[in-house]
Design a protein around this ligand. Structure first.
Ligand code: ZN
Ligand code: ZN
Length: 140
């Protein structure tokens, strides 16, 4: 089956402002084809991936809903869902989750649940999602 080169930079429009097809570039009769899989966060849920814009012939060509949002979306959504569940479980036992990060020169100010703030080096920032991870890291 043909695979769709998915742009991540948003949609294209023709000179009349009509949505252009991600597959063939033709505008008119093009619709955003929403993902069949959702990821549920506490309080809301969102589609797993951003919908490609496709005309009917391209939609068919790429296999319709199951072709475009197939196993990769299903597995990805399931993995995200498992991660969220793990996060919720960790929160539930009192671990402190990273809430925000604010760059300050070559340092990053990390703020965790409970208004706990820690200043770390820039390169450490990507490794930290939980306050306890930070302790592990510092202890190492
Ligand atoms: Zn098309
Ligand atoms: Zn999808």
């Amino acid at each position: 089956m043909a695979s769709l080169g998915r742009g991540v930079m948003g949609y294209c429009f023709d000179y009349r402002g009509r949505l252009a097809c991600d597959g063939c570039g033709i505008a008119g009769g093009v619709r955003k084809r929403k993902c069949a899989y959702k990821v549920a966060y506490p309080g809301y849920s969102i589609a797993y991936c951003s919908p490609p814009a496709l005309c009917s012939p391209c939609y068919k060509k790429y296999g319709g809903l199951r072709g475009i949002h197939g196993d990769a979306c299903r597995d990805g959504a399931a993995a995200s869902q498992a991660e969220i569940a793990a996060d919720e479980a960790r929160s539930a036992v009192g671990d402190l989750r990273l809430r925000s990060a604010l760059r300050q020169g070559d340092k990053v100010l990390l703020k965790f649940d409970g208004d706990i703030a820690v200043l770390v080096d820039d390169y450490e920032y990507g490794k930290v999602r939980w306050f306890l991870d930070l302790e592990d890291y510092e202890a190492a």
